[in-house]
Ligand binder design. Structure first.
Ligand code: F3S
Length: 650
């Protein structure tokens, strides 16, 4: 039987296990990336492992989430990251050089290689035929030390693209259509592999918009085959020698298949406040818009901003609407500026941001209260923009620019008809990506050779081995789809403590209940209860590290998001699945006891655990964990376990 492209790349990198869906496999990692909010812990954990240098082919540290410097803590973090990259042999991308996914795509992403990144949108370079997976920072530290990365072998789903996108429809609408059909849970445990005649109609930047937002489907990764378009993109970046031809076998068998006819895709939006709340833009036309933002790792490329620039040329944005362009990389900013497009947009009333994540995580450009913001980003979770009652619509750059011109949501096709002189902008790549590369410091030009820590930088906490008894109060009962933003908000006032776990943990779940952290400290050994898809969103390991610090020993949820579940194991918190009936019956404040010697049961490979609630009634909870994950729980987390393993080896 032939292999899918995903299976081929995994097979090339397999160090443990078989490629059977659902089985745990260990793979060798070629490249790693870290961003600034997760990166400090990546390097503090690498420091705790006491290794001398990075073992992967390539490691890259980016500074993108926190480039608007509110105080010294962020600059100290960036200086620490530069010193860590220099000390251990990684590339360092300076603050303002751009978002990790964009800069990685431009400089390092390579077909056929594996990439592990401490950011949930790491799968972005799947559009170039790279198998890229998001993971927690500790997994990155271990991979940098030469350790394998372990993941459940995903099901590979064939997304067959047919036809060609019509005018005014874009790659963003393709992935919004996927979200409309499959929901934010539709990709859990899956890799989406794009095939079919529609593939060759899409350029690499269009493909990476689609693979970037595969994360919103909950997918492990998304990938395109390589072809002339891939070779052409690499050549324009001056990296043609990195091209490798990759495709699935003709007789490859997929777990599932869905067909998307590109010619039927129309301009869509995701309404507030979930990326799968997708409708045609014409259904919400007329909604007044106060803010428009074009940028992010999804649509922050030169090619993404150019359509908006063309639409705005010679026009003015509506008086009640502000529009901000935040390019995904300095390369994109520089090419737009050289070609005069920045001036055209400024003349139309657009303001520019440096190349940063910024507003995507509520850092700057927070919408005013009770107003609509239309953004080309990938997430519109409630409160993510920096204000609780936000109303964020996700769209393509074309729909965003149309909203800025009209001052309200409008199907750009209708706007074109109304204005008479608005032409469909199309999608084009620059002749050459000749933007500056001076903002990347290569390992051999490193400016530091030892770690430089400011006063807000602590060290990585190391957990305690799993205990026999788990009994505690349900400190919080939560709904479905609790995100990592709920667990540790990513706003600037909080994220500045990312290298200081004691302080950061004070904000744990504060968006759900601001008394939680204090109650957890007062009542150690507590448990959390949640509905479906607990921990969806980012790869932020602080969302497991801080609950661990507060003494949380178990999370009982109807289901878990993949990366967060791995993070719970990594930080020694037992993730137990419960059914809906049990979820409904348990209340906050209940006393929950796991009726067994937990350490022994985990070691013995038990999957069913009896829980007793209020010494009154019992239910069953399941532990779905591999032998390796059980070992991590027993040891008290992956850092302690890996440290012990390295100590044994030396
Ligand atoms: Fe940054 Fe937002 Fe992407 S935080 S990495 S631009 S999802």
């Amino acid at each position: 039987m032939g292999q899918t492209l995903t299976e081929k790349i995994l097979d090339d990198h397999l160090v443990e296990g078989d490629l059977e869906p659902g089985e745990e496999i260990g793979i060798e990692i070629d490249q790693v990336l870290a961003q600034d909010t997760t990166g400090t812990m990546v390097w503090l954990q690498f420091e705790a492992l006491e290794l001398d240098e990075v073992q992967t082919e390539l490691a890259a540290q980016y500074c993108d989430h926190q480039t608007y410097q509110f105080d010294f803590k962020n600059t100290d973090d960036h200086r620490f990251l530069r010193s860590a990259a220099g000390t251990y042999g990684a590339y360092f991308s300076r603050p303002g050089n751009g978002i990790c996914h964009n800069v990685h795509k431009e400089n390092f992403a390579a077909p056929g290689k594996t990439l592990l990144g401490s950011d949930s949108h790491t799968p972005t370079p799947g559009g170039l035929g790279q198998l890229a997976i998001g993971a927690g920072g500790l997994d990155i530290s271990v991979a940098m030390g030469g350790g394998a990365y372990f993941v459940e072998m995903p099901e590979v789903v064939n997304v067959r693209l047919e036809g060609e996108l019509p005018e005014w429809s874009s790659a963003k609408d393709v992935i919004l259509e996927m979200l409309r059909r499959l929901s934010v849970k539709g990709g859990v445990g899956k890799v989406f592999e794009y095939t079919g005649p529609g593939v060759e109609t899409l350029s690499v930047p269009e493909r990476t918009t689609i693979t970037n937002m595969g994360t919103e489907l909950g997918a492990t990764s998304s990938i395109f085959p390589t072809d002339e378009k891939t070779e052409d993109y690499l050549a324009r970046q001056g990296r043609e020698d990195e091209y490798v031809e990759l495709s699935p076998d003709e007789d490859a068998e997929y777990a599932d298949e869905l067909v998307i006819d590109l010619s039927e895709i129309e301009p869509l939006v995701a309404k507030p406040s979930m990326p799968d709340n997708v409708v045609p833009v014409r259904e919400v036309a007329g909604e007044s818009v106060e803010q428009v933002m074009v940028g992010s790792c999804t649509n922050g490329g030169y090619e993404d901003i150019l359509p908006a620039a063309k639409m705005l040329k010679g026009r003015e944005i509506d008086m009640k609407t502000e529009m901000i362009v935040a390019p995904g990389s300095k390369q994109a900013s520089e090419i737009l500026a050289r070609q005069g497009w920045t001036a055209e947009m400024m003349a139309a009333g657009v303001n520019f941001s440096e190349a940063t994540c910024g507003a995507c995580i509520g850092i700057g450009h927070v919408p005013s209260s009770d107003s609509v913001s239309v953004r080309t980003f990938n997430r519109n979770f409630e409160g993510r923009s920096g204000i609780e009652d936000d109303s964020v619509f996700l769209s393509s750059p074309e729909v965003a620019a149309a909203a800025a011109i009209k001052g309200e949501l409008v199907d750009p096709r209708d706007l074109a008809e109304e204005l008479g002189d608005l032409e469909a902008p199309g999608f084009e790549l620059p002749e050459k990506y000749d933007g500056s590369k001076t903002d990347i410091i290569e390992p051999d030009e490193a400016v530091d050779d030892e770690l430089v820590k400011g006063p807000n930088i602590g060290s990585a906490p190391i957990g305690e081995p799993l205990e026999a008894d788990i009994r505690g109060e349900v400190l919080l009962k939560m709904e479905d789809n609790i995100t990592t933003d709920h667990i540790i908000p990513a706003t600037s006032d909080i994220l500045k403590y990312r290298s200081n776990i004691e302080k950061l943990s004070e904000f744990t779940l504060s968006r759900v209940d601001d008394t939680f952290a204090q109650r957890a400290l007062d009542s150690p050994g507590g448990v959390l209860v949640a509905g479906e898809n607990y921990g969806q969103g980012s790869s932020r390991e602080h969302a497991a590290m801080c609950p661990q610090y507060l003494g949380i020993e178990a999370v009982l949820a109807q289901s878990f998001a993949r990366i967060h579940k791995a993070n719970l194991f990594n930080f020694g918190i037992v993730p137990l699945s419960i059914d809906e009936e049990t979820y409904e019956q348990i209340d906050q404040g209940d006393d929950v006891e796991i009726v067994t010697d937990v350490a022994e049961a985990v070691a013995a490979g038990e999957t069913e655990f009896t829980i007793r609630v209020n010494d009154d009634w019992e239910a069953t909870a399941e532990l779905n964990a591999s032998e390796r994950e059980r070992g991590i729980l027993e040891a008290g987390g992956k850092l302690r376990l890996t440290k012990e393993q390295y100590a044994d080896e030396s």
